[in-house]
Design a protein around this ligand. Structure first.
Ligand code: G3P
Length: 217
């Protein structure tokens, strides 16, 4: 399973990258706004900065909701850097735009996926990635990880090449469960990635080793 970081924060991207496990980055308008980036020039520069930090797929999201607008925005984003993946929402014009981009060889990430039916449509349109939002599914009282299992089964049966990019990850357990469910990629906040490091027996075991090492130092 590939690890992407789900942030537009350059310090956090650097920290995950320095860990040596980072395969890519996903952003969205909320994450960009959180960094206080204003104006399309600054937004474009920020995407390029991220592309220069991480060698891997970088998702940049369109904010238009009509076919012509999505296509115009996506072409600009795709031209910024070879690693940009155009992130398109799961709406009717979004599906049409994904097919357009697929035919042009431009890679896409279909975002805001909450059902297997949506994932099937995006895969049929040729999306490179589908992004099921598992944390938000959990928030509704349903099972986000079960959605990953279901999409995995369907994609395997149907032979769809679209990668399942588990998104809206809230904790380390989500990452483990997504790996178990067969997600191709998990995009995570830095805290959830770092949460994988933690175990109290590791901490107490290391403390004991270091204590005992003093006996022969
Ligand atoms: O990748 C999508 C993600 O950013 C949404 O996460 O926590 O806002 O549901 P969240």
């Amino acid at each position: 399973m590939k690890f992407f970081i789900d942030t537009a924060n350059l310090e956090q991207i650097k920290e995950a990258h320095d860990l040596g496990i980072l395969d890519g980055v996903t952003t969205n308008p909320s994450l960009m706004a959180k960094e206080g980036i204003k104006g399309s020039e600054a937004v474009m520069k920020h995407y390029v900065d991220i592309c220069e930090m991480v060698e891997g797929d970088i998702s940049a999201e369109v904010i238009s909701t009509d076919f012509d607008g999505i296509v115009a925005e996506g072409l600009v984003l795709a031209a910024l850097h070879k690693n940009i993946v155009v992130k398109v929402p799961m709406i009717k014009d979004g599906v049409k735009a994904i097919k357009y981009f697929t035919d042009k060889g431009i890679r896409t990430n279909c975002t805001l996926i909450f059902s297997a039916g949506q994932a099937i449509l995006a895969a049929k349109a040729g999306a490179t990635y589908v992004s099921p939002f598992i944390g938000r599914v959990d928030d509704m009282g349903a099972d986000g990880v079960e959605l990953i299992y279901q999409i995995r089964r369907i994609f395997d049966i149907q032979g769809y090449k679209t990668e399942i990019l588990a998104a809206s990850i809230r904790n380390a357990l989500h990452i483990i469960k997504c790996a178990e469910a067969g997600a191709d990629v998990c995009t995570c906040p830095l805290d959830s990635i770092l949460g994988l490091l933690k175990h109290p027996l590791t901490d107490s075991g290391l403390a004991k080793f270091l204590e005992d090492a003093k006996k022969f130092a």
